[in-house]
Design a protein around this ligand. Structure first.
Ligand SMILES: [Zn+2]
Length: 290
């Protein structure tokens, strides 16, 4: 594994953003996916050709990250009692972002309560968020990606939408980027996997074939022959974006090929929770289950 720097992620804020992203992806009446994954934006199209650390999913998540508006909504639509905890939780997470400027809320926020004048607290908070806007937004996008990248069903649905955009615009893409598309107007295979990406997929999929659950950890450490598979195959208008991959064994990779978009959400939990075997002690009894 390549060395990955440890970071304090904004997991509470990110969980809320992730849930918005999931809802909006399913509800196409609400949102035009093609506005976010805009084929006339060269940076976005480049992600379809070659994996990058900033993925198409990052661009999509960006649409749902607006800390200034979140503060404004809490201020306008909620009582102080309702807004206080979400605002403080936000601050606790923003404070930990490296290079954040002018964090001066320790005096106004003590014991998880806002002290002093609420309106001037809000206006200070807004100018702090404006000053650090890009930094906060990038951190929220990065943190939200960590959650959504774990969910292969979501990645499948997201990349399915990306493939619809590619299919819809295949003529344009083929004429604007002739080197990157095949003569069937699908995106050309990219055979160079960056190590950070292979490591991330291997780590996320916990070294097991996503489909048949074969343990691939030995193969990976010895000669790295485990297969990185496009969840939505290129032949079905999938892309080379970093969000469109999963780990497969040789045999599942050969049989899945370019025909299906099979994936699943099988994973290794922290522990198994066999709810039928877990017994609560009887009401009033002193017995404690070990
Ligand atoms: Zn397999």
């Amino acid at each position: 594994m390549a060395k990955v720097r440890h970071e304090a992620l904004a997991t509470s804020s990110a969980t809320q953003i992730a849930s918005l992203v999931i809802d909006y992806l399913q509800d196409s009446n609400n949102f035009s996916f093609e506005d976010a994954i805009d084929v006339h934006n060269k940076n976005i199209v480049n992600r379809m050709f070659k994996p990058d650390k900033k993925t198409l999913l990052h661009y999509f998540i960006e649409w749902f990250c607006d800390p200034y508006e979140d503060i404004d909504n809490l201020h306008k639509n909620c009582s102080i009692e309702e807004a206080e905890f979400p605002l403080i939780r936000m601050l606790l997470e923003f404070e930990q972002i490296p290079d954040i400027k002018e964090f001066k809320f320790h005096k106004t926020v003590q014991d998880r309560q806002i002290n002093g004048d609420y309106d001037s607290f809000i206006s200070e908070l807004k100018s702090f968020v404006t000053l650090n806007h890009d930094l906060i937004k990038d951190h929220l996008v990065h943190s939200t990606f960590q959650i959504l990248f774990l969910d292969r069903h979501f990645l499948h649905d997201f990349n399915k939408k990306v493939s619809e955009v590619i299919k819809e615009n295949k003529e344009y893409l083929a004429s604007a980027y002739p080197k990157n598309l095949t003569n069937k107007q699908t995106i050309r295979r990219n055979s160079n996997w960056p190590k950070w990406l292979v490591d991330a997929i291997f780590y996320r999929d916990k070294g097991h074939c996503v489909i048949c659950r074969t343990n691939l950890t030995n193969q990976y450490s010895v000669d790295g022959t485990a297969n990185i598979d496009h969840i939505i195959p290129l032949k079905l208008y999938g892309s080379n974006d970093s969000s469109n991959y999963q780990l497969l064994c040789n045999s599942c990779n050969a049989s899945k090929g370019a025909r299906t978009t099979e994936t699943n959400n099988m994973n290794v939990p922290f522990w198994n929770y066999d709810y039928k075997e877990i017994k609560e002690p009887e009401e009033g009894s002193d017995e404690v289950t070990e």
